[in-house]
Design a protein around this ligand. Structure first.
Ligand code: PLP
Length: 461
């Protein structure tokens, strides 16, 4: 019987080549155009209609990777990638991915890989402490913040005591459940509310003030109005580091309302949570101990390759009560306290903790802090330079490592500038809008970014 891989020889040679390729890629990444220039369909049409019947050697495939696929790659790991949220596949993180793939562990139960479960518990405890979070938070790793906010909102819904788990939401007399967000909350929270049967009309978007923070008075009014109308407040979602402007909601004031009103409080710190490894930045989430749940993405700003999204909660019992469902074949007799399958939708679980552990241990918190501090200082310097110019202005206050600016001449001139910047291949920026005014948005977050990369932005103005 032929084996899939008769020996490890071919793999060994190809893997060495691939690692050399990766190292060369990092050494020369500055020379790549950041944003791919291909047109839709260009990549797909290069390939045959069906995969090979007889197989191809790795060398040929690595050549195809370079020649056919690389032109269609947008280089997220480029130090001049400033769009969306800039991310980093660090070398330690890539090593973690490599080892993770080799082990191919599935941590659905503790016993299906004790190291996976225990390293996830340990690395999330380390991360929690490194971010200055309360010691009673329980953490779990999933792929993205979108999934994690869904889990948190499901737990919030379960915490209402309406036995929605048992009886569902239809065919019974339930009040409308209300979900409170700000107009700047990431769309994933609204999507979660849709998927949980809350209904889009019950997602209440609270306006923000001039500092782009959720208005506490408007939140209080909305809750009071809803209660008077017989509706049931279910969850408040506040954000530390909004997607468009990295603005920060008043975490403590909102948390106090949530406590007083007995409403589940979720804080989305998907982007800015990582910055809290720097103690001086923790003032931005003063009151975080009031959160029932919290999401943060180490794959955004903590040098972990995508994906690694973390959900923390101080009410793991509710999360478990929401999701635990154990078929016979998954019943266990060991004494392990945590089987992560009990805390979410998915059964299968990658060994993501391996990269979290490797990154934290290899770089050390001090080095990670200094890179994040650099990013924030580059953003401050960019904002300062922009404010000195006559023809451009900040659209919103600079926050963390995000700067949003516009041409004073208006939207058309700003859009033209963005197109010109991105067409250059030298950098990649994205856009947003504030009160119908178009802005160019720069997010600094790659581990290789230096001031010279950020400074290049000024050469286009
Ligand atoms: N929350 C915030 C504040 C975000 O900025 C984003 C994405 O940028 C998300 C949630 C969703 O993240 P993910 O892609 O991990 O689902």
């Amino acid at each position: 019987m032929p084996k899939l891989d008769p020996t490890t020889d071919e793999f060994r040679a190809a893997a060495h080549k691939a690692v050399d390729w990766i190292a060369d890629y990092f050494d020369n990444i500055d020379a790549q155009p950041v944003l791919s220039r291909v047109q839709p369909g260009d990549i797909e049409k290069q390939f045959a209609a069906a995969p090979s019947e007889s197989g191809k050697p790795y060398d040929a495939l690595l050549r195809e990777f370079e020649q056919k696929l690389l032109p269609g790659v947008t280089h997220w790991n480029h130090p001049s990638f400033f769009a969306y949220f800039s991310i980093t596949a660090s070398q330690a993180g890539i090593l973690g991915e490599l080892l993770m793939a080799a082990l191919n562990n599935n941590g659905m139960l503790w016993k299906t890989s004790p190291s996976l479960t225990e390293l996830e518990t340990l690395s999330l405890r380390w991360l929690r402490d490194a971010l200055g979070l309360p010691g009673d938070l329980f953490g779990v790793i999933n792929d993205t913040a979108s999934i994690n906010v869904f889990l948190a909102l499901a737990a919030a819904r379960e915490s209402l005591g309406l036995n929605i788990r048992g009886e569902g939401m239809t065919g019974r007399d339930l009040p409308p459940l209300r979900v409170y967000l700000s107009e700047l909350t990431h769309s994933s929270a609204e999507k979660a509310a849709l998927a949980l049967g809350v209904g889009q009309s019950n997602v209440v978007k609270i306006p923000v003030d001039d500092a782009l923070r959720m208005r506490v008075d408007a939140l209080e009014d909305a809750i009071a109005r809803d209660r008077a109308a017989g509706m049931l407040p279910c969850v408040i979602v506040a954000t530390v580091g909004t997607t468009s402007f990295a603005s920060v909601d008043p975490i403590r004031a909102i948390g106090e309302i949530a406590q007083r009103e007995k409403i589940w409080y979720h804080v989305d710190a998907s982007y800015a949570g990582s910055a809290m490894i720097c103690p001086e930045l923790r003032k931005h989430w003063d009151g975080i101990e009031l959160a029932d749940s919290l999401t943060t993405n180490p794959h955004k700003w903590l040098f972990i390759p995508i994906d690694c999204g973390v959900l923390y909660t101080r009410r793991p019992d509710v999360l478990r009560q929401t999701f635990s469902l154990i078929p016979e074949y998954l019943k266990t007799t060991d004494t392990a306290e945590i089987n992560y399958m009990d805390y979410g939708l998915q059964l299968g679980r990658r060994f993501r903790a391996l990269k979290l552990w490797l990154v934290m241990e290899h770089y050390g918190l001090e080095r990670m802090r200094s890179v994040i501090r650099d990013h924030v200082s580059f953003a401050e310097r960019l904002a300062f330079e922009i404010e000195k110019r006559d023809d451009v202005e900040l659209l919103a206050p600079q926050s963390f490592s995000v700067v949003v600016f516009r041409k004073k001449a208006g939207d058309d001139a700003t859009m033209e500038l963005l197109e010109r910047m991105n067409a250059s291949g030298k950098l990649f920026v994205s856009h947003t809008k504030l009160r119908d005014r178009y802005g160019i948005r720069v997010a600094i977050g790659n581990g290789a970014t230096e001031w010279r990369h950020v400074e290049e932005i000024l050469s286009f103005l």
